[in-house]
Ligand binder design. Structure first.
Ligand code: FAD
Length: 561
């Protein structure tokens, strides 16, 4: 294939990556990229920061230009060229030059589709009113900025609390706009489990971001003064000067569908491990495709830049490579990070709600979870910040299933390490043993990743038993609070017995031997020591994982004592 003609539809993440890699493999191939927008290879991930004036020069969003592709890579990029259809039997595409209106056909030896996804605009009353925006392209940012400046926007509603929504909340705040985030779930960052999302809820409130949670939007109305009223199904109303919609994405599959390519159960283009579609001369990559979930092996869609880039590169290797290396896409695990007003939220792999959803479909994964709240570097070094973490793992073999973390510093580093462990099919025992870099200003000799592994491994080895707050109602254990009395007096769980850790050996005779004891402290460490003391003295003691901090994060969503 080295001297063949490769056509690529879509010139941003997956498409541009594919084109550049293709040229590195073959100097002889003819490579043409078709992009219907005005720019090739622009930084869509940077768009919120241009709205927030963090990126001040629009040109900085252009990662590469047509000229660069031509001069550096000898690749022809045709911007403002819309690919209207694929004619698979002729190995040709029909293209419209959007500047001249000319329609022409172009033949290919190999065709790569990287058309991306489009932001959802739900069919709601008033959805097309002026002042309701989505953010997807550079022209979108211009329209938003013009509206904010032209209308003197003071209040905005962000509908959808996922990562684009939160990034926009941050950036609108940065330019002086008061923001309300409307999210139909009970917490923002729907990829997280509720108790982890609650940390973000609370943080956003502390930063004066209004939250309207737990009810979807039912419609929009324009008022006589030009403001927009967003109404929720709950009946609540939010009056603002503009609305930013970020309620999800829809894969662009129209071309593929019309060409008869197979579409998967999630509505994405079906591809094999080599990114080949159901037509053997057509490959597809990026937001538009369905790929394998690395952990479950099931089909999934993960619209993120990393997978799109890797898939684009891999498609070029498959199409133009020497056929010896047999590259395969290993699958996705949805590793992601989002920053909002100083807080970092990151996750990788499966969430508990995904595991439960699968269980509802008859696929049972025997799992356990632990929580911890370590500091991001040595506690004695100034400015140590807490990271709240959740680790999910298989009960039968300790394989890591997923992790979530929120905090102010060092969050994504821990999730990246765990992500790599998942990719290597690692277990909690691997996390326990992981050798990670340490100096006081960067971490701890027992890094949060090690601690997560140790807690989970202790459980799997039967060294400690774990209890969960949400199970409190079903059982009637004795709640033992081993914090100091001053901590206890500032807030505690109803009916909890306070025996501070330093006194537990002397006072354990006060505890029952015929009742389960669920011990907790602030984060779970002192209560772990307590459960070790108690279990070695014949008590049936469990450690409430994550301690009082996790209790506080679970409490708003569960009817706990
Ligand atoms: P895209 O990069 O969207 O490229 C598709 C291109 O194809 C488009 O430019 C489109 O115009 C063109 N096209 C479509 N159909 C045709 C046609 N028929 N003819 C010609 N051209 C066509 N991901 C992260 O991992 N981290 C982030 O921080 C992050 N932030 C984001 C912030 C924003 C505001 C947005 C919008 C996305 C963000 N993403 C982020 C997601 C990431 O950008 C996408 O997952 C990635 O760009 C997908 O790559 P792709 O090649 O599939 O599609």
């Amino acid at each position: 294939m080295k001297n063949k003609k490769l056509l690529i539809v879509g010139g941003v993440a997956g498409g541009a990556s594919c084109a550049a890699r293709a040229r590195r493999i073959s100097e002889e191939a003819q490579i043409i990229v078709f992009e219907r927008g005005p720019y090739v290879s622009f930084a869509n991930c940077g768009l919120p920061y241009y709205v927030g004036n963090v990126i001040t020069d629009e040109d900085d969003l252009l990662v590469a230009t047509e000229e660069l592709f031509r001069e550096r890579f000898n690749i022809e990029v045709r911007t403002r060229h819309n690919v209207r259809s694929i004619i698979p039997e002729k190995k040709a595409i029909q293209v419209e030059d959007l500047t001249t209106g000319e329609i022409y056909t172009e033949n290919y030896d190999a065709l790569v589709l990287s058309p991306g996804s489009a932001p959802l605009r739900p069919d709601l009353p008033g959805i097309d009113l002026p002042g309701i925006f989505t953010l997807w392209t550079i022209p979108d940012t211009r329209e938003i900025i013009a509206w904010v400046k032209g209308r003197g926007v003071r209040r905005a509603a962000v509908v959808g609390g996922g990562f684009i929504g939160l990034e926009m909340a941050e950036n609108l705040k940065k330019i002086g706009v008061q923001v309300t985030v409307i999210e139909m779930q009970n917490h923002v960052m729907p990829a997280l489990d509720p108790e982890m999302g609650n940390y973000v809820n609370r943080y956003l409130k502390s930063k004066e971001v209004e939250l309207c949670l737990g009810s979807p939007v039912s419609g929009f109305k324009q008022n006589s003064d030009g403001t927009l009223t967003t109404t929720l199904q709950s009946g609540d109303k939010v009056v603002v000067d503009m609305v930013l919609l970020s309620v999800g994405v829809r894969p662009r599959i129209a071309l593929a569908e019309a060409a008869g390519l197979k579409i998967g159960e999630h509505g994405g283009i079906l591809v094999d491990e080599r990114m080949r579609t159901s037509n053997d001369r057509i490959w597809a990559v990026g937001d538009a495709v369905e790929v394998k979930d690395y952990i479950t092996g099931l089909s999934t869609m993960v619209p993120l830049a990393g997978p799109a880039n890797r898939q684009g590169r891999l498609a070029a290797d498959v199409i133009l490579g020497d056929g010896q290396s047999n590259p395969k896409f290993r699958g996705v695990q949805a590793t992601s990070v989002c920053g909002v007003l100083g807080m970092t939220i990151a996750s990788t792999g499966m969430s508990e709600k995904q595991i439960n959803r699968l269980s509802g479909k008859g696929i049972t994964i025997p799992y356990e979870k632990i929580y911890l709240h370590p500091v991001h570097h040595a506690g004695y070094y100034p400015d140590a910040k807490t990271i709240s973490m959740k680790l999910l793992f298989r009960k039968d073999n300790g394989k890591i299933l997923g992790a979530q973390a929120v905090g102010m510093e060092g969050v994504e580093k821990r999730i990246d390490v765990i992500s790599m462990a998942i990719q290597k099919e690692g277990t909690v025992f691997d996390l326990e043993e992981a050798e990670l870099c340490y100096a006081p200003q960067y971490g701890s000799a027992k890094d949060p990743v090690n601690l997560a592994g140790m807690i989970a491994a202790n459980f799997l080895r039967g060294f400690t038993e774990v209890a969960h707050w949400e199970n409190l109602k079903e059982t009637s254990p004795l709640i033992l609070d081993v914090r100091d009395p001053d901590e206890f007096s500032k807030g505690h769980i109803k009916n909890a017995v306070n025996i501070p850790l330093p006194t537990i050996r002397k006072r354990m005779h006060e505890l029952p031997k015929d009742q389960e004891i669920w011990a907790h402290c602030m984060v779970g460490q002192r209560s772990y020591y307590a459960t070790r003391i108690l279990s070695q003295n014949g008590f049936n003691a469990k450690n409430l994982t994550g301690g009082y901090l996790t209790y506080l994060s679970v409490k708003p969503i569960k009817d706990l004592p």
